[in-house]
Design a protein around this ligand. Structure first.
Ligand code: 26M
Length: 865
């Protein structure tokens, strides 16, 4: 019976149309005549999801039978963006058309003359027949914006690559009702509005009502068994209880039927009821307490690289770690293996310190519930976990006051003290004479107002490997924050895995024209190069070919027009960009979270400098033509969100917009210079913005940006980079060649000394920067409130210029002049650099990252057919 009714995937246009209409008429309860783009999106997604679900089931059954080692990627953020286009690309059945022509039925399926060769084309044609355009349908989907920036997007690229590489991996995270806030720009200021992304339902999630775990908070530790030692099993009698409910999101791999899982938890009230309150007549309050449960997964914290120490955040972390671990353990227990084999079968990767509680929770489960010996348990724990660090910046390092922590998780605090106690004993044994070392290396920080738990230290002690995310960063953490740990554990515990990005989304999906040109050129109509990005080096041979260069720049130009159209739409139909000269206009972009260390302020100072220099020329009687020769056409794009409570970042946004108001309306300089702040920068906007860039800015103070990943996205789309010697810029330079990137600025090894100089002696502000700052101070960009931007000026003039804008200003300007010169007088050279960037960026595919993690950290192999 089961075989008779076996559910089949759609495999051709006809079957897709059938599924589509089914979903419109039954799931959506609409008629085809009453089906708008949104309903078409929903029906298409559900039809596609049906296919993925079938493969998802097969994949999971295969894993259950084969019982391979599994990888769990724990991340509080998955910045997925839209799912539909990605699914259509990844579930490509084109190779099936050859190997599996007969379909599941065994009967030959007719292939129409000129019929589409891949799923995306096939669906596009079907939708066309039904009266819809696939592009419009795709546009209906809201972004799944369950992340802040780099760290969350990295997790999304990694699960794509893990599926593609056939690694048996699951992601675990939280199903926030509200993702990162939507950014409005009102009067030049950022205004946050809620992102209720589930408003219209979510076609991609599968609610697993059968997968639920209770999670406990507060309460006390019971030691009635007269244990004097905290090391013996203890019973934690919890107070508040909530339920964790699983929602699954299928993650399809590219050109494989492997479909992995992203499991996100939602908090719900337990069905238990406080009868004491109820009987005392306090019905309202007894319901209210239950309702509070849902607040745990209500909202993503919108901080990026900044720690706040809020109790609800810790609650989120424990809720998620506890549910995920119980789920992992339940799955493991089905295999009936003994505990000691756990690390051979399970690897858990900690995406930053946010999931470090999982280390403690596993130790608690093993000791308190499974009654393992402390040291046996700890051995299992440390062999299971590995930790990825994403920052060296002090303000971003996670610390929890023991008071707050112990109130919420009393037993976990005891366990942390015990972990620390054993750890410090070992340290003291190894370095008996070094008394300072113990307080420096302790997981508990003392000496402040209150003791604090250093989560990064706990993560290092609880893991067998610690990795940074680019070479420079991985070296830096070994000498700075983790210096003492290198001394104790030895250097081999610390390693590097340079970040990467998925070329399916960031090349094929975001830049279909470039994908087409590449696959034609490589004679790879199936797009196999996307699984083997180093194959792109073949393009190098054409870097000087004039015909090829022409095609190459045509792709770029069309992408610039596509962006100009978007900007026009966002601007209420008014065009800011001069389309007539779009070929000669350099599109210069900086899109990323707004942060002082990323130095959007340096960029806007550069823009002001350019503007003032142009104005001076005009005042001295130069013609526009002459001005253009010195300062060729350029649009400076900015985009990015500030944390809602980050005063200085918000002021930088306002400055950018105010400078834009002045420059964009200055008739004297015409269209030679424009400044555009693109509101609500998110994944789907990035997919339009990045392919349109001629130049992008990655100009963080050396040593502060751990890796950066947008630098890779721009390079992969043929945009050149102006950047500091920081993060993955270093490896990008090595891969694409130093002739093809514009580097400037001080090196990280000099940062400390430069900062010291600012603090303790006069470092003169460069003349050109001084002029810029004075112009701001005079109120030229804020006539109604002349002092508005004084705090930005003061960070440089009065507060020690922590991010070293003044030290890097002159070399920044000089490098921008070089950029202008190459773009405007040696366009062929520029295009050559652009081609060579793409040709040599294969290393930055996240598939390569996943291979490195698999081999050097997880010890896991792909599960093949
Ligand atoms: C902390 C506390 C409370 C709420 C939120 C946070 C928090 C959230 C995100 C802290 C840090 C967060 O992300 C940091 C991040 O995105 N780091 C970036 O990681 C990228 C991927 O490795 C790197 O490329 C970037 O250089 C790095 O800044």
């Amino acid at each position: 019976l089961w075989q008779k009714h076996q559910v089949k995937k759609f495999e051709n246009a006809d079957q897709f149309e059938g599924r589509f209409i089914d979903h419109v008429e039954t799931t959506l309860a609409r008629s085809l005549y009453n089906c708008d783009d949104l309903a078409a999106y929903e029906a298409t997604s559900m039809a596609v999801r049906d296919n993925l679900t079938i493969d998802w089931n097969k994949t999971q059954q295969k894993f259950t039978t084969r019982d391979p080692k599994r990888i769990y990627y724990l991340s509080l953020e998955f910045l997925m963006g839209r799912a539909l286009d990605n699914a259509l690309i990844n579930m490509d059945i084109s190779d099936k058309n050859e190997t599996d022509v007969n379909g599941a039925s065994g009967k030959p399926t007719k292939k129409k003359e000129g019929a589409a060769t891949n799923t995306k084309e096939m669906v596009a044609e079907s939708l066309d027949e039904l009266g819809f355009r696939l592009e419009d349908v795709i546009e209906q989907e809201p972004d799944a914006a369950l992340g802040n920036g780099g760290l969350g997007r990295l997790a999304a690229c990694f699960i794509d690559s893990m599926a593609t590489e056939n690694i048996p991996a699951w992601g675990y995270g939280l199903r926030y009702e509200y993702g990162i806030f939507a950014q409005k720009i009102i009067d030049g200021y950022q205004v946050e509005t809620p992102d209720y992304w589930l408003n219209l339902g979510n076609a991609w999630e599968i609610e697993r009502n059968e997968v639920q775990f209770p999670v406990t908070f507060y309460g006390y530790v019971d030691r009635s068994e007269k244990n004097t030692s905290t090391l013996a099993p203890s019973q934690w009698i919890g107070g508040e209880r909530v339920l964790a409910c699983a929602y699954d999101f299928p993650v399809p791999g590219y050109k494989t039927s492997n479909v992995n899982n992203l499991r996100l938890w939602k908090a719900k009230p337990t069905t238990e009821f406080d009868f004491a309150k109820f009987n005392s007549g306090d019905y309202q309050n007894s319901v209210e307490a239950q309702q509070r449960a849902e607040s745990i997964t209500a909202c993503l914290y919108p901080n990026d690289n900044f720690e706040q120490g809020k109790e609800l955040r810790l609650k989120q972390q424990y809720f998620w770690c506890s549910a995920s671990l119980h789920d992992i353990i339940r799955r493991y227990k089905k295999t009936k293996r003994p505990w000691r084999e756990f690390p051979d079968q399970v690897a858990i990767q900690l995406n930053d310190t946010h999931p470090t509680l999982a280390v403690v929770e596993l130790q608690r489960i093993l000791v308190d519930l499974e009654k393992l010996d402390w040291h046996d348990a700890w051995d299992i724990v440390t062999k299971t976990f590995a930790y990825t660090n994403h920052t060296v910046m002090q303000e971003a390092l996670e610390k929890w006051p023991v008071g707050l922590f112990g109130h919420l998780l009393p037993r976990h605090l005891e366990i942390i003290y015990d972990i620390n106690w054993f750890f410090l004993q070992d340290v003291a044994k190894k370095f008996p004479k070094d008394v300072d070392l113990l307080s420096r290396i302790s997981i508990i920080e003392e000496g402040g107002q209150e003791r604090q738990i250093r989560m990064a230290f706990l993560a290092v002690v609880g893991s067998h490997k610690v990795n940074g995310v680019a070479e420079l960063h991985s070296e830096l953490i070994k000498t700075t924050i983790f210096g003492d740990f290198v001394k104790f554990f030895g250097p081999s515990k610390f390693t590097n895995v340079t970040n990467g990005i998925t070329p399916r989304r960031w090349l094929k999906s975001a830049n279909p024209a470039l994908d087409k040109l590449i696959s034609e050129t490589l004679q790879d109509p199936e797009g196999n190069y996307l699984l083997d990005m180093p194959a792109l080096t073949k393009l190098s041979a054409l870097a000087d070919d004039k015909e090829f260069q022409k095609k190459w720049y045509k792709v770029k130009k069309d992408n610039k027009i596509r962006l100009a159209d978007l900007i026009k739409k966002l601007n209420g139909g008014v065009d800011i960009i001069d389309r007539e000269h779009i070929d000669d206009t350099l599109f210069d972009m900086q899109v990323k979270r707004i942060h002082e260390y990323k130095r959007q302020q340096l960029n806007i100072f550069g823009v002001i400098y350019r503007y003032l220099a142009m104005k001076t020329m005009i005042a001295n009687g130069a013609s526009l033509k002459e001005v253009e020769e010195k300062f060729p056409r350029k649009v400076s794009f900015f985009g990015g969100k500030s944390a809602p409570g980050y005063y200085m970042a918000k002021l930088i946004i306002k400055l950018i917009n105010s400078v834009g108001d002045v420059i964009n309306n200055d008739v004297e300089i015409g269209n030679l210079l424009k400044v555009v702040f693109i509101p609500e920068y998110n994944v789907s906007k990035a997919e339009i913005i990045i392919p349109a860039s001629d130049l992008s800015e990655h100009i963080s103070t050396a040593g502060t940006e751990a890796s950066g990943t947008s630098n890779m996205k721009f390079a992969m789309n043929g945009g050149l980079i102006i950047g500091t010697v920081d993060g993955a810029n270093v490896e990008i330079t090595r891969e694409i060649g130093e002739d093809n990137i514009f580097l400037f600025g001080n090196l990280s090894e000099n940062v400390e000394e430069l900062r010291y100089n600012h603090q303790y002696q006069e470092t003169p502000i460069p003349e050109d920067l001084d002029k810029v700052l004075k112009h701001i101070e005079e109120g030229n960009f804020s006539p109604e409130n002349p002092n508005e931007f004084q705090p930005i000026v003061d960070t440089i003039k009065a507060h020690g210029d922590y991010y070293l804008c003044s030290d890097d200003f002159d070399s920044y300007i000089a490098t921008q002049e070089l950029v202008d010169q190459v773009f405007h007088t040696q366009r062929d050279e520029w295009t050559k650099k652009s081609i060579l960037s793409v040709a040599n960026c294969g290393f930055f595919s996240s598939d390569r990252c996943i291979q490195e993690y698999s081999e050097t950290i997880w010890n896991v192999e792909p599960v093949k057919k």
